[in-house]
Each structure stands twice: as structure tokens, then as C-alpha cells.
Ligand binder design. Structure first.
Ligand code: PLP
Length: 426
């Protein structure tokens, strides 16, 4: 049986998949069963921060894998404690405590529990201080907590009754946020830059407004950095990249991470400042696989390598090179480029796409149409919403890979423009 047939017969059909099967990865490239090579600017949707199978991950897997793979959180785990130290001292540079789990949705579930438990401990159940405000177009994961928090109807349909107590406000709308907050609010949670929602950064003013409301209503300000965090913005913390030079200085009470945090090893985590971290005492929260010796050692190796190799600086430099190149483009198909660091979104002009031969008949969104064409051409990218093509290259992407990505992207767009012109002439 082919991989496609095996998948069709035995694997739950919950994903829309491209009909290619990946078998090997090396640095910035990934190879399919037919031996075709792809420049990987998808990186497992912002997961493989150092590219495929980096030596440091292999070495950590080998050495920790030969020592101790798993032991319960009933015992102390040295590697977990060292990873937590890295998060506190190097990434956050603020005192606090760290919890480990297995995914982004699970990390966000932890944040929701943290906010509710902290309000419960402080105000009692009668106060009903348990509402969480999140933003429209947000994405916080697929668990029941994650879909309740997510500000997109499509992820909730058919799963009623949803976890109650969530309000969604328009992203970056200070007025509506002010109206939504009350004494019942336990937390405001948002992505400093929305990923799945279309690469939309929060404005410094919105963050400042949320921080002001935190003081007024004694609520937690929590950031979901699952996608932009762990170095993808060019700093360890995405909101700090956004706020740089803005004159606004906002720090959250809690932050979630996953995806690139393990470089491809499944691990999620959240940090909580000292004031609220104590809300989750013994018996309140946990996960069998949270922060195993193996997962912690691999994640720590990845994060240390990001630091050692100067990858944060590389992210900024490559972002600059991409922006400089894109400024010189004048493709009618691309309206703008948005995002920060190496979390970039090319906004596709839907009207221009409508005249591209084959587009309307394809039934695809503009972003998916371009992503598919790029895949054919040997480059992986990811749609973010219907009209944004997302680039998420590895943080240590080379000049050559970026140049190749720019060349493949412009070539694919040029072919679409040329075939449109030809068709219009006929
Ligand atoms: C911002 C954000 N939060 C949470 C999640 C969910 O993470 P996971 O798929 O690891 O559960 C995602 C995944 O795309 C995400 O982008």
C-alpha cells in the first residue's frame, strides 16, 4: 500500500493533507518519498527552530537517551530544573516559575487554570472572577480549553457545550477591551502576534491598555507565545520585539510556549510570575510527560544552541534581507509583507488572484493556491488565514536559503502573472 492509501485507511481524517510524504530532513531542507527536495520555510509550522536533525538535538537525544528517558514528576528531575532556570534567567529575565507539558494547547490550558485558581484563592468562588478575555481571530489550540479561548467560530462548531467564561474582543481594539473588562475578569490572554489568524501583530497601545486594565481590575495579563516565542521574533520574547522603540513597556504575568521551544521534540511550557505561580500548588495541575529528562535535555540543548550560534541576531539580519528584497518587488499579486523576525506573512491580493488562470476553478483560497504552487516548485510555506502566505524558516537559515526562497517565490508569482497576461491577450 502507498503511504496515501495507508493513511486513508487507518489514520483519522481530521487533517487536510498535501499528498506528499516526508521521509528525511537535513538543515533547511526536507525530502519526500520520491526523493524530491524542498526548501523548508514551513519548519513544521514554526517548530524546527534549528532546521532538521541538527547535531545538537541528535547528541542530546543520544546522550540523555542512554542515561534516563523518563521518570515521574513524583521525583526531582535535574534536566527539567535546568530548563526552567534557562527560561527564567535567559528568556524571561524575570523571576518566576515554569511548568512543562507537551503542546501549545496544553500550555494554554495551564494558563487558564492558573488565572482561575489565582482569582479563586484571592477572591473566593462567590466573586465569580473567572472570565478570560481573548481576541477575535486568535488561535490557542484544539483542546476544549483551547477552542473555548480561540476567537474563531470555525474551531468551535459541533463541540457544544463549550467551556464557559470566555469573551472575545476585536484584536487591537482598546475601546471594546475596556468595555469587556469587569470585576469578573480573571485574565486577558492574547498572542503578541497572531499566527493562524493571519500574522497580525498587537499594537503597543493595545498592550499598554491591557496592562492598565490589569492594574485596575487585578487580573492577569497572559501572552500566548506558542508560535512567535523561543526566538522566532529575533528576541526570546515576541512582545519585547514589538515594543522595542515604541516607548511602551509592558511585561506579562504569565507566558505559554511550545512549537520551536523543543525544536521538534514535543514539549510545551508556561512561565508564571512569582505573585501568581503559587496558585498552582501540589495536586492542582500536572502531566505525566511534562518535563521528562529526555524532553527537557533536548529542549535545553536547542535553546542553548539558539543562543550560542547567534541565531537571534541571524533572525533579525535575515528579516532585514527579506524586507529589503521585497521592497523592490512590484508583483500585482502581493499587497504587503507583515510580521516580525522570521514569522512573516505575504498578504495576497485577492482581486488580482481572481484573474490568474486556474485559481477560481481550484476551489482554493488565494494563500493555499500559492502555497501549493510553491510546493510544486520545491518550497514549503504555510497559509495563515485565506489570504496570507506565511514564511517560517529555521532561525539559523542561511543567506543562500533565503536567496533561494526569494527566487522561488518570485518565480512562482511571475509565472502566475505571465499566464494571466497571456490569457488576457487571447
Ligand atoms: C499561538 C498558538 N497557540 C497555541 C497553539 C496550539 O499549539 P499545539 O498545536 O502545540 O497544541 C498554536 C498552534 O498553532 C498557536 O499558533
Amino acid at each position: 500500500m502507498t503511504t496515501s492509501e495507508l493513511t486513508e485507511q487507518f489514520v483519522l481524517g481530521n487533517y487536510g493533507r498535501f499528498p506528499i510524504a516526508m521521509v528525511r530532513g537535513e538543515g533547511g531542507y526536507i525530502f519526500d518519498e520520491d526523493g524530491k527536495r524542498y526548501l523548508d520555510f514551513a519548519t513544521g509550522i514554526a517548530v524546527c527552530s534549528l532546521g532538521h536533525c541538527p547535531e545538537v538535538m541528535q547528541e542530546a537525544l543520544r546522550s540523555q537517551g542512554g542515561k534516563l528517558i523518563h521518570c515521574s514528576n513524583l521525583y526531582l528531575i535535574r534536566e527539567q530544573a535546568e530548563l526552567a532556570q534557562f527560561v527564567v534567567e535567559t528568556m524571561m529575565e524575570r523571576p518566576g516559575k515554569v511548568f512543562f507539558c507537551n503542546s501549545g494547547a496544553e500550555a494554554n490550558d495551564g494558563l487558564i487554570k492558573l488565572a482561575r485558581k489565582r482569582a479563586f484563592d484571592k477572591y473566593g468562588s462567590e466573586a465569580g472572577k473567572n472570565e478570560i478575555i481573548t481576541c477575535k481571530q486568535s488561535f490557542h489550540g484544539r483542546t476544549l480549553g483551547g477552542i473555548a479561548a480561540t476567537g474563531q467560530e470555525k474551531v468551535k462548531i459541533g463541540f457544544d457545550p463549550l467551556l464557559p467564561g470566555f469573551l472575545h474582543v476585536p484584536f487591537n481594539d482598546q475601546e471594546v477591551l475596556r468595555q469587556a473588562v469587569s470585576e469578573k475578569t480573571a485574565a486577558i490572554l492574547f498572542e503578541p502576534i497572531q499566527g493562524e489568524g493571519g500574522i497580525n501583530p498587537a499594537t503597543p497601545e493595545f498592550m499598554a491598555c491591557a496592562a492598565e486594565l490589569r492594574e485596575k481590575y487585578d487580573l492577569l495579563l497572559m501572552f500566548d507565545e506558542v508560535q512567535v516565542g523561543s526566538g522566532r521574533s529575533g528576541d526570546w520574547c515576541g512582545w519585547r520585539t514589538i515594543l522595542k522603540g515604541s516607548g511602551v513597556d509592558v511585561e506579562p504575568d504569565a507566558v505559554s510556549w511550545a512549537k520551536g521551544f523543543g525544536g521538534g521534540f514535543p514539549i510545551g511550557s508556561f512561565w508564571a510570575g512569582d505573585e501568581c505561580a503559587s496558585a498552582l500548588g501540589p495536586g492542582t495541575h500536572g502531566s505525566t510527560f511534562g518535563g521528562t529528562p529526555l524532553g527537557s535535555a533536548v529542549s535545553l540543548a536547542v535553546l542553548r544552541e539558539i543562543e550560542r550560534s547567534g541565531s537571534l541576531e541571524n533572525v533579525k539580519r535575515q528579516e532585514g534581507r527579506i524586507r529589503a528584497a521585497v521592497e523592490k518587488w512590484n508583483s500585482p499579486l502581493i499587497r504587503s509583507l507583515r510580521g516580525i523576525g522570521l514569522m512573516l506573512g505575504f498578504v495576497v491580493d485577492e482581486a488580482a488572484m481572481n484573474s490568474v488562470p486556474g485559481f477560481s476553478e481550484s476551489g482554493k483560497t488565494p494563500a493555499l493556491f500559492i502555497v501549493s504552487a510553491l510546493m510544486e516548485a520545491g518550497m514549503l510555506t504555510v497559509p495563515a488565514g485565506p489570504d496570507v502566505v506565511r514564511w517560517l524558516p529555521r532561525l539559523n537559515v542561511t543567506d543562500e536559503e533565503v536567496d533561494e526562497g526569494l527566487a522561488l517565490f518570485t518565480a512562482a508569482l511571475d509565472v502566475m502573472v505571465e499566464t494571466t497576461a497571456k490569457e488576457q491577450k487571447q
